[in-house]
Design a binder for this molecule. Sequence first.
Ligand code: HT7
Ligand code: ZN
Length: 875
Amino acid sequence: PQTVYLKDYTPPEYLIETVELNFDLDEQLTIVRSSLSLQRNPQSKHQNLALSLMGEELQLISLAIDGVSLDEDEYTLDKESLLIHKVPQDRAFQLKIENSISPAANTALEGLYLSSQMLCTQCEAQGFRKITWFLDRPDVMSRYKVTLSAAKDKYPVLLSNGNKIAGGDIDQNRHWVTWEDPFAKPSYLFALVAGQLEAVSDEFVTHSGRRIELQIFVESHNVDKCAHAMQSLKNAMRWDEETYGLEYDLDLYMIVAVDHFNMGAMENKGLNIFNTKFVLARPDTATDSDYEYIEGVIGHEYFHNWTGNRITCRDWFQLSLKEGFTVFRDQQFSADRSSKAVKRIADVNALRTRQFAEDAGPLAHPVRPEAYIEINNFYTLTVYEKGAEVVRMLHTLLGPEGFRKGCDLYFARHDGQAVTCEDFVNALETANQADFSQFWLWYSQAGTPVLDVTEHYDAANQQLHLTIKQSCPATPGQAQKAPFHIPVKLGLLSDDGSAAPIWFNQQSSNEITLHVTAAEQTFSFANLAQAPVVSLLRGFSAPVILKMERSLEDLAFLLRHDSDTFNRWEAGQQLAIKVIFELIKNLQNQQALQLTPLLVDAWRNILQDKFSDLSYQAMLLSLPEESYLAGLMEVIDVDAIHEAREFVRISLAKQLQTEFQRLYTLYHRDESGNFQADAIGRRRLKNICLNYLISLETPENYELAERQFYSAGNMTDQMAALATIANSRHPAKARSLDSFYHQWRREALVIDKWFALQATSSMPNTFATVQSLMRHHAFDIKTPNRVRALIGAFSQSNPVNFHAKNGEGYAFLADQVLVLNDLNPQIASRMVTGLAQWRRYDEERQILMKQQLQRIVSYAHLSKDVYEIASKSLA
Ligand code: HT7
Ligand code: ZN
């Protein structure tokens, strides 16, 4: 397969000003008639008389230019393009194309496809070319008018972008609707939906007094699960006006929820299409986390209207221009809507566990990649999450006002354009007279920088010297790295836990941001009568690995006293990590395990202290996840990690049982339907206590979990109880799982949870369970949510069982990847991730994982998607 390079970018040779599309919709055979007004792009340097359009899996019916049909010798058709040998050069012309497509046969879920009984589209990144031939690239922006016609009974609702301008009946059985979008857009933002859908409606009055109609379309049995998504949308619209001064532009905003979707959601202009998972919620079917995710994703897609749609990407290498910025915006939104501390910790946790692994492995790439084989493979944690961290650092460096000033300039300068990441950074620089030339390296250099910090207290001069060395490991294609510009937030604590004033450059403050720009730098702080305790990288001010020798006592001190909520949590995590790694060493040397009283005391303090934010308290009590611990190990030992972490969990439960029980009883109450932050906090705290308690495997704690499972009036409590049961030797495990299935068999999203819960159990017979679940009548390999819930969850979130020494997990995954490869390459390539980190394991596992990757690569009909991930993993 061919590699596409950023350096080869050239402007399009032709532009398309307007597009008229006419769809005769039918699930077996849809006829597409497209009329394009084209003209040469004055900015193109080429002198080509020919016009090359992209198209895949299309059946051509006819072609005409300015009303004159083209003969077969006037064009060349191949698998991926249509070349019209000669087109008018000095004037605009009309190209008419008629072709057919087969939505029901489209299992890749890209282009026009059938989801349940509904027809819908997914065009990002390059799906439009599976609908008709086009200049399917984001820098070609056109105005669209779309007419849909279909059978009235099967497809009573017909939707596309923009405003509905006309409609009517064709005959007794068929009807039509015309939509017009006044905003020019790239083809990836085109959408249509047809189906038997019900609309839940509301309205929003904008800052300037415009009335916007809001509609969420779902199948009729889901109408009672849209209220939260609707409220989230209104919250997002208000927030963007207040925070960025950005108002919605069309008169109508539509969201459609579909069962079959390759990702979370899609920001098509005026017609978002969502995975049902990120729309539907009712207290008894969705957990508190589901509610939070829904608000975040609804916000994310809404925010794209400005960061992505009004201002879009010049080419797909610039993906982080819209995704990194929009993730940052949705993170800010969620933080403002809930607990800032908890949201930041959750985001950093996800980044460090998953993106850091990507950045340290064979698939590492810069936030702005330079080459790809299949762009769908670059919707990555690096482009999204690290991209958001890069924007966050710009926000930190400029401060909120400076950042807003820069954004205002970006929106004013580039509205209606397709631009690059440089354009974004330039606008921030110009508005603030800043210089981000070194900062730019965050976009072009891959890998996670490491900060090695040493401190030296000079008692005689009452000075503290901090020496920070930065380095960044080699990544594929980038052996050497230049130093980054890293904002490092710092605070100092006196020995009573209060803030020690920071005297730096003759000025004093309680917190400062250091600019780390060289390979090695020393920062000195004056007027310190005693050695302070350093709180570094507050708020996780940069996506780096911080290495600093710290005693258990210092960490326990920071855990008690740091005023920075992120660093307070981080101190607890570092403390637990140090303890767990000591235990891992003991296990590997076959020594007896013992838990240091220091950790028990620290956890006791957390349990006994008063917190206004109980979600935060619950987070402080959570032990680092196994996958995060794995990322810190030279050679990953999944069994030792699991055993050591379990030992800590059980020991804490034994020694602090009374405290865990006290808090469980205090906060266990029925307040289903209450989604206020304090009620969510009570559930989180109570459920983490339950998690510790059940590890004791005593009848009374088993009883506690079972009672909660059967009496819960909300999904958070029911799932939390079932998860503890499924992950233990609870005698009622099978009965509880069966009961759950029967209770929820008609709710697809809840059944996904049921699959995932079993797939992630660390109990010994899980692989057999996974195999039998593959044969369960509710399992469907053509439904991405189900695949993620079973195959994805097992291979990516069940380290002990997936990495079983006999290699059965690896062979199973490769089998499924090959099946998926033929059905849905995007989902197949996502599943390969489970094997990508093979070099991090012991030699025996390396051999087994590598064998499966080789088996995948040698498959005769391998898709570009899977080939790219598997071959790069092996390289
Ligand atoms: N911008 C959207 C990306 C997306 C997507 C990409 C490839 C294949 C399928 C897809 N569905 C959605 C989602 C977002 O980031 O908002
Ligand atoms: Zn996005």
